[in-house]
Each structure stands twice: as C-alpha cells, then as structure tokens.
Design a protein around this ligand. Structure first.
Ligand SMILES: O=C(O)CCC(=O)C(=O)O
Ligand SMILES: [Fe+2]
Length: 401
C-alpha cells in the first residue's frame, strides 16, 4: 500500500544511466489515491523502490519469454499466414451512430488475440505522411557529423535527438525479449511533446525544459514533423473513447490520464542487412511499452510480429493504412486481458528502409492501476499500481538473466 504525498516531487529529468544504476527515488507507504491531480497538485511518489515487487508480482507484461535457439529461429524466419486484422475507424470518426460501440467490439477482439492491426479511415492525409517520409530521407542523408551534432538525450525518461546505428544500449534491458542481441542496426531521430509529458504536476522548470533539438538547414523539417506529431496526438485522443468502450468504461474514462501525453515520434532508418541470424536485428525482438503505437512504414517490409500460433508473420505494408499495436501499459491496465505483442525488424531488402513509429501513452505522473472492469473477487489484480514513469524505468532497466 502507498500514500499520496501532496507536495512530493516526482524526480523528473533524471538522465539515462546504465542498467543497474539507481538514480530515482520513490516514496512508499499508505494508500494510493486516484491519479488525477488538480492543476499544480503533486501526485504520489513511491519511496524505497522494490522495483521487482512493484512491477512484476510474479507476472510479466510481456507474457512468456522464450529466447532459446528454436524460438529465435521462428523470430528470424516469419512463416505464419495467420491474418493481421484491419480496423476501419472512418465511420466512428465521422460520428455515425453506434460506430463507437461496433469499432470497440472489434478493437477488443484484436487486442485479446493479435495485438496488431492495420488502421484504415484514420483521417491523416496521405500527402502529410509522404512529406514526413521525404523529411526523414532528407535528414538521414545529412553528413554523419551534422547528425551527430544533435545529442540523444532524456527529459524525464522521454528520449529525443539523434541516435546513430549500433549505439543503443538496450541489449540487456527489459526492452529486448531475447538475451545478448547485438546493438540494433537502425539510426533514429526522435522528438517528444513540447512542454513536457510529465503531467500536470510538472514544475514550471520541467515544463520549460528543452525536449527537442532540431537540425539546422532543413527548412520545413520542424514544421512538417510537428504537424504530423500533432495529428497523431489528435488520433491517439480519438482512440481513448474506443478503448474505454471496449473495456465497458465511460467514454471519457481515460481522458484524465492524458493531460500532457507521452508522444515519442521517431524517424527510423534501417540500412540493408545481408545476413539474418547471430542475434543481429534492425530492431531486436521486443514489446512496446506505451499504450499504443502508430506506425507508418511506407513500402519496404521488414517488420514481423508474433502471431497466436507462436509463429511470426511479416507485416507487409498496405497503402493508406497505419500499423497499430498495443504496448505493455495496456497489459497492466487490463490485468492481462489485452496483449503487448512481440515484434522485431530485419531489413533483408537491398534498399534502405524508413519507418515512423509514434508511441502514445499517458502523462508521466499517471497512476496505472488495474482497471475496475478488469478485476473482481474472482479476478484479483495481477499488478500493483505504479506511475507511468515507473513503468518506463522498469522497461529501460536491466532484464533478469
Ligand atoms: O520499423 C518498424 O517497422 C517497427 C519499429 C518498432 O518496432 C519500434 O520502433 O518499436
Ligand atoms: Fe516496436
């Protein structure tokens, strides 16, 4: 049990440290109050972390983790022809009667079975998506020294800037579901939400902290990316009533958790990878950690996901759609009812691959408790309440051997 400590601080702005180092303090004791803070009100912070106890309670949001040679072979050689479903939200977005309920039923079914879908009718203009890809190609074509002048840095666990290929340190964190993967063969430029994603309890200083560094001499780059980022924020918010309806909650149930949402958008660049195997990936097998991910992947394949049979399936690009998947957060909220599906990228093409994921989650100070409709006397909560920031800290923390 935990106590709400009005006036306590959430320790924003810690910097990324290697797994094993403990840089954040949490406050513990008493009972957790509802997470929603009034403007300026501090939410609970947990003291003396037992991160293991806090976050696992014997359960792992990522499901069964298998990384023996046979499991890795399946990841590397997608051979499933099970269907990746399509969800069309056009009727819902245009306000057609009962569309919310019918889309929510499909969303529930998908989230319990596959956890990945093609999103149609999302309302984002195709030419905007094309322009973001053009900007991505322009950015990644810059001289390496120009790109490296932009640091990869952290504001309250939200990471922005340029990370060159092979420079990530995620191999033995809870991001990767296989041990000893090689550093990823991907370069990224990431942005986060201006004004911060910490929540209403952020201090003025946290609100003013710089979250994005933009490349110089790319006119229109910032404007185009910011436009797309804002459109995805709108789309993410439009999804909240669908999630709520799918879980038998009032349509506005989730709004209070998204005062200043987490929205990391990355321009990813994967050079071709000639050989498959040896635990070398574009992005190693993992689950995403946010509530949901919106992925634009243009026309070059490379993504594969774990299907219900345990075999993996390539996610072929489908024009006009975004690929959407759920993340670890939703597993906790739903007490394991919804999935956080494992996936990975290998660019086996002879050409470069560009993709653009946007990770959408609640404010950093949102307290994530198993939802009231996902627990009961017969169905105890499998997870302790934790803040979204704590979940992020676990995700970036060291994985157990
Ligand atoms: O590039 C892709 O298709 C997927 C990227 C991905 O899984 C991630 O960034 O988490
Ligand atoms: Fe992912």
């Amino acid at each position: 049990m935990f106590a709400l400590k009005a006036g306590a601080s959430l320790d924003f702005g810690w910097s990324w440290e290697k797994p094993g180092s403990e840089s954040t303090k949490f406050v513990c004791g008493g009972r957790i109050a509802p997470m929603v803070g009034l403007p300026g009100e501090r939410l609970s912070t947990l003291e003396e972390p037992e991160m293991e106890a806090l976050t696992t309670k014997g359960h792992d949001v990522r499901g069964d983790i298998r990384d023996d040679e046979e499991a890795v072979y399946l990841m590397d050689h997608p051979d499933s022809d099970e269907e990746i479903p399509t969800l069309d939200i056009g009727a819902y977005l245009s306000g057609q009667p009962s569309a919310r309920e019918s889309v929510a039923v499909q969303l529930r079914d998908i989230s319990k079975t596959v956890g990945f879908f093609y999103l149609k009718g999302h309302g984002i203009p195709p030419d905007l998506i094309d322009r973001v890809f053009e900007e991505s190609e322009r950015f990644h074509a810059l001289p390496i020294a120009t790109k490296k002048a932009i640091p990869y840095f952290d504001t309250g666990s939200f990471r922005s800037g340029y990370q060159p290929s092979f420079k990530d340190e995620y191999q033995n964190t809870n991001i990767n579901i296989i041990a000893n993967a090689k550093p990823n063969l991907v370069a990224r430029f990431s942005i986060n939400r201006e004004g911060g994603s910490g929540g209403l309890s952020m201090t003025d200083e946290e609100r003013r902290a710089r979250v994005n560094i933009w490349p110089e001499n790319l006119p229109g780059f910032k404007e185009t990316l910011s436009h797309y980022h804002a459109r995805i924020e709108k789309l993410g918010r439009q999804f909240l009533p669908l999630w709520a309806t799918s879980l038998k909650l009032p349509p506005d149930y989730f709004d209070k958790f998204f005062a200043t949402p987490h929205l990391t958008m990355s321009l990813l660049y994967y050079p071709p990878q000639e050989q498959v195997g040896e635990r070398q990936y574009g992005i190693a097998p993992h689950t995403d950690n946010a509530m949901m991910t919106f992925l634009a992947q243009k026309d070059i394949p490379g993504l594969a996901v774990r299907m219900p049979s345990g075999h993996w399936r390539a996610v072929e690009p489908v024009p006009g759609t975004l690929v959407v998947n759920t993340g670890n957060l939703i597993v906790r909220w739903t007490n394991n009812e919804y999935l956080s599906t494992k996936h990975r990228v290998i660019n086996t093409n002879t050409v470069d691959r560009y993709s653009i994921p946007v990770f959408f989650g609640p404010s950093g100070d949102a307290l994530i408790e198993v939802l009231p409709t996902c627990r009961g006397p017969e169905r105890p909560a499998l997870y302790e309440p934790i803040t979204y920031l704590q979940l992020r800290k676990w995700y970036y923390g060291p994985r157990k051997a």
